[in-house]
Design a protein around this ligand. Structure first.
Ligand SMILES: N[C@@H](CCC(=O)N[C@@H](CS)C(=O)NCC(=O)O)C(=O)O
Length: 225
């Protein structure tokens, strides 16, 4: 049996592969990375992932990084788990890669401007007054497109849930958690409600809640703000 360890931190994009692994139903461990201690930049972690980021998935001890790669690998390895709709040719498969890449390379950096503005300007007041609003405006444009897409059905691909919906779930909860306005994005609000009815999402969030408890006990929890 394959041995999986997923390096995670609460509220991060590591939630997406956590949902994917829960959807597959394969046993896996999460390794909590203490961001407050900068463990993601420790020599031990950098030896696994020189980029110093979660998620990192150890597959029988070999690290795989980047959400797009991790999710694609899981989908290819567990084709029956329904992580992505079945495709019949390379073009269709690459359209799915484009969707995952859109979330990783366009939506995620916009999340960072909203959720972690201090990464861009050290001055606290300026980061919240300038960087976050710029991110919010950019995100409104992206969410308008996503909200329109969800008119075709409750999920990114219509009637069929996929891990792209796991990605959207993380993005939406992360930005709403720091005050992104939900008005006008009714389909995305509904998407969140439906996502939270899914057992795999519930199990992923339960794992995250345990990690939050651990960090709180250690005085190392950084709450979204
Ligand atoms: N392109 C990477 C991005 C990973 C990423 O930015 N992870 C963030 C959390 S959402 C992180 O580890 N941040 C810690 C840091 O930058 O020190 C992916 O999609 O997996």
């Amino acid at each position: 049996m394959t041995d999986f360890t997923l390096f995670v931190a609460p509220n991060t994009c590591a939630r997406v592969p956590t949902i994917a692994l829960e959807q597959i139903g394969v046993p896996f461990e999460t390794h909590l990375v203490r961001v407050a201690r900068n463990e993601q930049k420790s020599p031990e972690f950098l030896a696994l992932n020189p980029k110093g980021k979660v998620p990192t998935l150890l597959i029988d001890g070999a690290p795989l990084t980047e959400n797009v790669a991790i999710l694609s690998w899981l989908n290819t390895t567990y084709p029956e788990a329904g992580l992505l709709p079945k495709t019949s040719n390379t073009f269709e498969a690459l359209q799915q890669t484009a969707d995952l890449s859109f979330f990783a390379a366009t939506v995620h950096p916009t999340v960072t401007r909203i959720a972690m503005p201090l990464k861009f300007i050290e001055d606290k007041a300026l980061s919240f007054e300038i960087v976050r609003p710029v991110g919010v405006e950019a995100m409104k444009e992206l969410m308008t497109m996503i909200n329109t897409r969800l008119e075709k059905g409750p999920w990114w691909y219509g009637d069929e849930w996929s891990v792209v919906d796991g990605y959207l779930y993380w993005v939406w909860t992360r930005i709403v958690g720091v005050g992104f306005p939900v008005d006008g994005f009714d389909n995305v609000v509904r998407h969140r409600e439906l996502s939270e009815e899914r057992p795999a999402v519930q199990r992923a969030m339960a794992r995250e809640a345990l990690n939050i408890e651990t960090l709180k006990e250690e005085g190392l929890y950084i709450a979204p703000r």
